[in-house]
Design a protein around this ligand. Structure first.
Ligand code: ZN
Length: 204
């Protein structure tokens, strides 16, 4: 399986990082080795002093597809989840300055948190009006609403499937809202969609 990540999909996060609003979605990949193993803590890697959390809504692909039209995109998923796109911000900044790819900052082992709990589409009233949030040590640090996405889930599926064949089990990370921040050892991160807890992880 592969993980396809969308960057800069919320205007407030774009201004937070002083990025330009892109004409097309920014896409990058994470390998399956970046998935944080179930019930394991996240260990801050020693190549970064500034690992940031980015809470993101996830979509799990259930059908093989290429060149999917937006109007048919809904047929390719029926589960919505939540995860964290861990980012070594200091490293990413250096790579960005040199216009180099971001993999070292985004695709390292453990950099993809995939919440254990998935919600079926029938459980949510409208995927384009979903509230989600991240708590750090019990305090809300990021709050989002899928209604604030620059590119909606179906548009993203249409867009990314122009480049990559989507396969069963692939996961799309749909981008983060504002409020990204640094993690420190002993932090606890808990993610929610609406009032449902989707994941809880310990930082070491
Ligand atoms: Zn992200």
């Amino acid at each position: 399986m592969k993980i396809i990540c969308i960057g800069r999909n919320y205007t407030d996060h774009i201004s937070e990082l002083q990025n330009e609003k892109p004409e097309d979605p920014v896409i990058f990949l994470k390998p399956d080795t970046s998935i944080l193993l179930k019930n394991q803590p996240f260990f801050i890697p020693d190549f970064s002093d500034q690992v940031h959390y980015e809470v993101e809504v996830l979509v799990k692909i259930k059908k093989v597809g290429k060149h999917i039209q937006e109007k048919f995109a809904y047929k390719y998923y029926d589960q919505i989840g939540l995860g964290i796109d861990f980012t070594a911000r200091d490293l990413q900044q250096k790579l960005k300055e040199k216009a180099l790819p971001w993999e070292k900052a985004k695709a390292f082992d453990g950099a993809a948190v995939i919440g254990e709990k998935w919600l079926s589409i029938d459980e949510v009233s409208d995927i384009n009006m979903l509230n989600f949030r991240l708590e750090k040590n019990g305090e809300t640090v990021q709050k989002g609403d899928t209604g604030m996405m620059l590119w909606k889930i179906d548009e993203l599926i249409a867009y990314v499937s122009q480049f990559f064949t989507l396969k069963i089990g692939d996961i799309i990370f749909t981008g983060t809202p504002s409020g990204v921040g640094r993690v420190m050892p002993e932090d606890k991160l808990t993610g929610f969609i609406e009032d449902k807890q989707i994941f809880s992880i310990q930082i070491k």
